[in-house]
Design a protein around this ligand. Structure first.
Ligand code: ACM
Ligand code: ZN
Length: 452
C-alpha cells in the first residue's frame, strides 16, 4: 500500500485494514524512552496511542497522523516509531530583496511545520533593504528600509520598501514557537550592508553616503572594521535583535565581503597593524571573532556563512553555513570539531531555476560526504535551504521556487531510509492539494526534472 507520508517515517509497519479515527481519539502518552522530537504512533482495532517524550515529538506525530488520514477520515492500522536524522532542518527566507506580508510568512511557516522542519532562518537585511524596526537606530528602517524603485529590472519607479515592526516580529516568533520552529534572525555584516550605510554612512571606511541598492550583486561598500563605532553599533543592534528573538542562534552573515575598501582605509590598516593581522582576510577574522564573542557572552550561538572560515577560527567560535565552499573550509572545520549546516547552492538554493537545480538534485543531496571524517560527520547539524528573493517578487513565485524542492530538504533532514526517488516524487505530488489549501502553488510536475 502506498504511504503518502512526507518526510518518510524511519520505522513503519502498515496494515491493509483501516478504521475511522479522529485526532481527538488519539490517546496521548508520555514516554521518556523516546528521543526528543521522536514519536511512536500505534493504531490497532481497539486503541490509538501517540507517545513522545516532548511536545515537539507529539506535534510531529500529529503531522504524520494528518497525512495518514484519508478524505473520509480513515487511517490505516499501523505502528510507526520515528525520529529525525538531523536536529537542524531549516529554511531561509530573504525579506530584504523583496519583502513578504505577515500572512505570507505564516503560510510558509505552516507548510514547513507540516513537513517537520524546525528552523526558520530569517534574512532580514541586505544591500537592498533593512527590515527590522530599531528603536536605537531608527534610520535603519525608516531610511535603510527603502530603495528608489522596485529594482531588479522591474520598471516600476515607485519607492520600494517597508519593514517588520517589533510587534510583528514577536508575533512571528510566537507563531513559530507554537509550531516548534526556532527563528534564527540574520544581521548580515560586514558586507551586504548598503542599507545600513545609507542610514549611517559614518560606519563605512570613507564615510561617504551611498544608496540602498536596486540591483543584484556584491557591493564594495562595507562596514569599516577599523572604527570602534562599527563594533558599538553592531553590538547595540544585536542587543535589540536578541530582545526580539529568544532562540539560541543568531546569524551574522559574513559572506561576500570585498576587501578593497579595507585595504585602502587608514582605520582598517591601523587595526591590522595594532592587532598584528597579516591581511584583510585576517581582519575579517578579527571582526567575526569579536562579534561572535559578544554574542556568546550573551548566551547566544553565532552562525556565519562559510567565508568566515577564510580566517583561522577555532571550532568553538562559530557555526558555519556551507553554501559555496570550493576549498572545503567547512569540511576541515567540521573535521576539527566545528559545527556545520549544509546549504549548498547546487542542491538547495531554491531561487535557482529547475534547469540548474532539479528536484532530483535536491533530493540526492549527500549531507555526509566522504570529505568529512567520522568526527566531521557527527558535527553536521543538518540541512537548510534558502529562498533568495532578487527574482522572487511575489508569493506565487515563491511557492513555485520553494515547492516541491523544500519537500526534498525536509525528507533529507528527517529520514534515514535509503533514497527512493520515484516514491518520493509520488509523495511530493500528493502534497499539491494540501499546499494549495495554504495558498501555495507548487511548480508543475513536468518542470521538476527538466533533464529526465
Ligand atoms: C550567499 O548566498 N551569499 C550566502
Ligand atoms: Zn575601514
Amino acid at each position: 500500500m502506498a504511504v503518502m507520508i512526507l518526510p518518510y517515517p524511519n520505522e513503519i509497519t502498515l496494515s491493509e485494514k483501516r478504521r475511522l479515527l479522529q485526532e481527538s481519539d488519539l490517546r496521548l502518552e508520555h514516554d521518556d524512552a523516546i528521543e526528543p522530537e521522536g514519536y511512536r504512533l500505534e493504531i490497532d482495532a481497539h486503541d490509538a496511542v501517540l507517545a513522545s517524550s516532548t511536545d515537539a515529538g507529539r506535534f510531529y506525530g500529529l503531522q504524520t497522523f494528518r497525512q495518514l488520514q484519508d478524505a473520509d477520515g480513515f487511517v490505516p492500522l499501523c505502528t510507526i516509531s520515528d525520529a529525525p536524522r538531523f536536529s537542524w532542518r531549516g529554511f531561509m527566507v530573504d525579506s530584504s530583496r523583496h519583502i513578504q506580508t505577515i500572512d505570507e510568512i505564516k503560510a510558509m511557516i505552516d507548510a514547513a511545520a507540516a513537513y517537520k522542519l524546525n528552523i526558520f532562518h530569517w534574512h532580514l537585511c541586505d544591500d537592498q533593504g533593512w527590515r527590522i524596526e530599531s528603536e536605537r537606530y531608527p534610520l535603519l528602517h525608516t531610511v535603510g528600509g527603502w530603495r528608489d524603485g522596485w529594482g531588479f529590472g522591474n520598471p516600476n519607479p515607485e519607492k520600494y520598501g517597508g519593514w517588520f515592526t517589533k510587534a510583528q516580529i514577536r508575533e512571528i516568533v510566537q507563531y513559530c514557537a507554537d509550531r516548534f520552529i526556532t527563528v534564527v534572525p540574520e544581521f548580515d555584516m560586514p558586507g551586504h550592508c548598503s542599507a545600513v550605510l545609507k542610514a549611517y554612512p559614518a560606519l563605512s571606511c570613507t564615510g561617504e553616503s551611498c544608496d540602498v541598492n536596486t540591483e543584484a550583486g556584491v557591493f564594495s561598500n562595507v562596514l569599516c572594521a577599523g572604527k570602534e563605532e562599527t563594533f558599538d553599533f553592531c553590538c547595540s543592534v544585536l542587543e535589540e535583535i536578541m530582545e526580539l528573538f529568544p532562540g539560541e542562534y543568531i546569524h551574522i552573515g559574513g559572506d561576500e565581503v570585498p576587501k578593497d575598501g579595507w585595504n585602502n582605509c587608514p582605520h582598517c590598516r591601523k587595526r591590522m597593524q595594532d592587532e598584528h593581522l597579516a591581511n584583510a582576510e585576517a581582519l575579517q577574522g578579527y571582526f567575526t571573532t569579536r562579534i561572535a564573542r559578544f554574542l556568546r557572552a550573551n548566551g547566544k550561538t553565532p552562525i556565519g556563512w562559510n567565508e568566515v572560515l577564510e580566517a583561522d577560527l577555532a571550532p568553538g567560535e562559530i557555526v558555519a553555513t556551507k553554501w559555496w565552499d570550493p576549498k572545503g573550509l567547512c569540511d576541515d572545520f567540521a573535521n576539527r570539531g566545528g559545527k556545520v549546516i549544509m546549504e549548498e547552492t547546487r542542491h538547495v538554493y531554491l531561487d535557482y531555476n529547475y534547469q540548474t537545480t532539479s528536484l532530483r538534485q535536491s533530493y540526492s543531496y549527500d549531507l555526509l560526504p566522504d570529505s568529512f571524517t567520522d568526527e566531521g560527520k557527527r558535527n553536521v547539524l543538518g540541512i537548510e535551504a534558502p529562498i533568495w528573493t532578487e527574482w522572487v517578487e511575489d508569493f506565487k513565485r515563491m511557492g513555485y521556487q520553494v515547492f516541491p524542492r523544500l519537500l526534498a530538504v525536509a525528507e533529507r533532514g528527517w529520514t534515514n531510509e535509503p533514497q527512493d526517488y520515484a516514491g518520493f516524487k509520488a509523495r511530493a505530488e500528493a502534497q499539491r492539494d494540501a499546499l494549495g489549501a495554504r495558498g501555495i502553488e507548487m511548480a508543475p510536475y513536468a518542470e521538476w526534472d527538466p533533464e529526465d
